[in-house]
Write a protein that binds this ligand. Structure first.
Ligand code: G3P
Ligand code: CA
Length: 233
């Protein structure tokens, strides 16, 4: 079991990102955590996709928000795979791995995204296996308003003490920061304040070695086996 590795979008180093195949691979490697990205279809179904548009990873074109779930399901990733719904992804992961559900909320882009995501998690009784994160901190404020017990976290590029303050105000457990912004004082501050720090996205061996030196950090990576060899997991 790799207790500190967080499989970013599954295992994009080897499999198409945000697919059931990649998620299965992360579980089989024994990762404790997995991150996936969620957008909302035109008809309100949370789907697993990083980009606002389908163009980069599928054979289609257009915005996720302008396509129904039926239209999205007709697209193919790497020729064979469907875009997973959040429900399909969580069903695969249930009982196997802790899931960082990143809401790709962006201002008013996806009205109702937070409630729709919570609805899926409640339906599957996976509140204890899932936490929610976003670059859009208003999205996490809404999540807290919707569910007092939700585990939430704030994503940011840079490190800032303001992140810790807001996380604590929201009773949030996680702060997720681009790894090269992390300094010893910020790491120690998170430890002192009881915040679980996530470093993203750590793919180079030298960066992995640095992060491995801070046992309190969860290390988000696209290169799962490289991390395991560095961490000795
Ligand atoms: O959790 C944050 C990490 O996923 C970095 O953001 O752009 O890869 O979704 P992104
Ligand atoms: Ca993400």
């Amino acid at each position: 079991m790799d207790a500190r590795g967080l499989a970013h979008r599954g295992y994009p180093g080897r499999y198409p990102e945000n697919t059931l195949t990649g998620f299965q691979a992360a579980c089989e490697l024994g990762f404790a955590y997995l991150e996936l990205d969620v957008q909302l279809s035109k008809d309100g179904v949370p789907v697993v996709m990083h980009d606002f548009r389908v163009d980069r990873v599928t054979d289609g074109k257009g915005n996720v928000k302008d396509m129904t779930i039926a239209e999205l399901k007709r697209l193919r990733i790497a020729g064979t795979e469907e875009i997973p719904t959040l429900e399909e992804a969580l069903r695969l992961l249930q009982g196997r791995i802790l899931v960082d559900v990143e809401l790709k909320q962006c201002g008013d882009l996806y009205p109702g995204l937070e409630a729709a995501v919570l609805g899926v998690v409640h339906k599957l009784n996976m509140e204890d296996q899932v936490f929610f994160t976003s670059f859009d901190h208003y999205s996490m404020i809404r999540m807290r308003e919707l569910h007092r017990g939700a585990e939430i976290g704030l994503i940011n590029y840079g490190a800032s003490p303001a992140l810790i303050r807001l996380a604590k105000e929201l009773n949030g457990r996680y702060v997720s920061v681009r790894h090269n912004y992390l300094t010893e004082p910020f790491i120690r501050l998170c430890e002192e304040e009881g915040i679980q720090l996530i470093a993203w996205t750590v793919d180079e061996e030298s960066d992995m070695r640095r992060m491995a030196g801070y046992p309190s950090i969860l290390v988000c990576t696209n290169e799962l086996e490289r991390w395991q060899s560095v961490a000795g997991a």
